[in-house]
Design a protein around this ligand. Structure first.
Ligand SMILES: Cc1ncc(COP(=O)(O)O)c(C=O)c1O
Length: 458
């Protein structure tokens, strides 16, 4: 493989890096010809692209200039290249003998409205505050921040998170026990990878997260959820739960269940992974603190910026019991050394200046208004909504779940059924749809609710 980096003419202006593979079994001229022909056929050299001067390519390939000139001549004769005085040697237009490009496959129309759960309203991303935070953080940071760092993440962010999580969620955290991750999904994979035994996961729950755990090689066991939230695992080394607002039923974990789960962890030596994915969004009364605050030696607390800022930020965090710190840090080191640094510094600044709190307060008001509109609309349809007190989604029980998606598609609406959330959909005990109300931009929300009303009624 020969890498050719150009330093002059248009080829260089375009910043093109071209890798030519010279076959050692061919003659030198044959090798250059074949490599150029392949690059043109594969589209790596586009029609009209100007090739380097023979002298320069010869130097970079370590062959005689005549060899390159002869290869160019041959490819001109074959019709791959054109050569005109003053215009240099260029890749010829596509040969006419090529079959006409196939017509692109029809693309399914994109839904006009999206009420699937999972994402916040990313049009509300605090761009100006994030820019200011990034600028301030980078201006203050020594160059060493761009080197390899602590696998737990930047101490600035871990310190800011320890304060923030203690203040807002009652988490007992110290910077040494925090590991910054690439979102919750990596946090989950890291914890699962160091668990020694089956992992109990809520049923219903998020299928993607079940897959993430299964891919670490751990057996996933269903953990039934009822009106009080998750039940107690029977034979598991870890249990993954969403206490603030169960995903997808929306039920908050009942105090008796909080107690039962922490007692299970204490007595069995198992670990409880608390996924606090939307814990910041509680509307009608003071949020219940994180379960971790009551049993910090037995609960791994996990949070994420995906609902507060946006999933594109890819920042999450774990607060670990002491005995879990070393194995998880080791797993993180071997996964990716550590999470990208500039975003961590920006988030630390955002938290430290309380711009993060202000942003969340603004979002909470907006999502609460949306929640109220949605609940009123569902009441008018005579359909009860569950899990309305928190988070960014509700569960709408519906007797005919199977018919809803087609009707929704007909109204340009993307909607998520409850069915896909069961470990075994054929043993589903309830039917319904999971309505995420954060995703549409503000101006599009009422139209999305109209489409929802059509989809839910025959
Ligand atoms: C149940 C649950 N947990 C956690 C998350 C956050 O995941 P991540 O931080 O990987 O974006 C989500 C996002 O949709 C979620 O639905």
């Amino acid at each position: 493989m020969v890498g050719v980096r150009s330093v002059s003419n248009e080829w260089a202006v375009a910043g093109v890096d071209l890798h030519l593979e010279l076959d050692p079994a061919s003659s030198r001229r044959g090798g250059v010809e074949r490599a150029l022909r392949e690059a043109i056929r594969a589209g790596r050299l586009a029609p009209g692209a100007r090739l380097p001067a023979t002298r320069r390519l010869a130097v970079e390939l370590g062959v005689a200039r005549n060899t390159v000139a002869a290869a160019y001549d041959h490819l001109v004769a074959e019709g791959y290249l054109t050569a005109r005085r003053g215009a240099g040697t260029r890749v010829a237009p596509l040969p006419q003998t090529d079959p006409p490009a196939a017509a692109p496959a029809p693309v399914a129309p994109r839904p006009r409205h999206d009420l699937t759960p999972g994402s916040p309203d990313v049009s509300a991303f605090p761009t100006a505050a994030w820019l200011r935070a990034t600028r301030r953080a980078l201006a203050a940071a020594p160059a060493s921040v761009h080197g390899y760092g602590d696998p737990r993440g930047r101490v600035e962010l871990r310190t800011a998170l320890a304060e923030y999580l203690g203040r807002t969620r009652g988490v007992r955290a110290s910077p040494e026990r925090i590991v910054v991750t690439s979102g919750y999904v990596q946090a989950l994979a890291l914890v699962a990878s160091v668990v020694d035994g089956p992992v109990a996961m809520e049923d219903p729950g998020l299928p993607f997260h079940r897959d993430v755990v299964a891919r670490t090689g751990r057996r996933v066991a269903p953990l039934p959820v009822d009106d009080r939230g998750a039940t107690t695992p029977v034979d598991a080394a870890a249990a993954v739960v969403t206490p603030a607002h169960q995903y997808p039923t929306g039920v908050p974990l009942h105090p008796s269940r909080r107690h039962a789960l922490t007692a299970w962890a204490r007595e069995s030596g198992g670990v409880l992974l608390e996924d606090d994915y939307d814990g910041e969004f509680r509307y009608d009364r003071q949020p219940l603190g994180a379960v971790q605050g009551t049993a910090p030696d037995h609960v791994v607390y996990a949070g994420s910026a995906s609902k507060t800022l946006g999933p594109g930020v890819r920042l999450g965090w774990l607060v670990l019991p002491p005995r879990w710190v070393d194995p998880v840090v080791d797993a993180k080191l071997h996964a990716d050394h550590h999470t990208e640094v500039v975003g961590q510094l920006a988030l630390a600044d955002l938290i430290g200046t309380h711009a993060y709190d202000r942003h969340i307060r603004g979002c909470r008001l907006r999502y609460r208004r949306r929640r109220d509109l949605l609940v009123r609309r569902l009441d008018d349809l005579g359909l009860p909504a569950r899990g309305v007190s928190a988070g960014l989604h509700v569960l709408v029980e519906h007797p005919d779940e199977a018919a809803v998606p087609a009707r929704a598609a007909g109204h340009g609406l993307a909607l998520s059924g409850l069915r896909e959330h069961w470990h075994d959909p054929d043993r589903a005990t309830r039917q319904g749809v999971v309505v995420g109300y954060a995703t549409p931009a503000e101006h599009a929300y009422r139209a999305a609710l109209d489409a929802l009303a059509h989809a839910l009624t025959a």
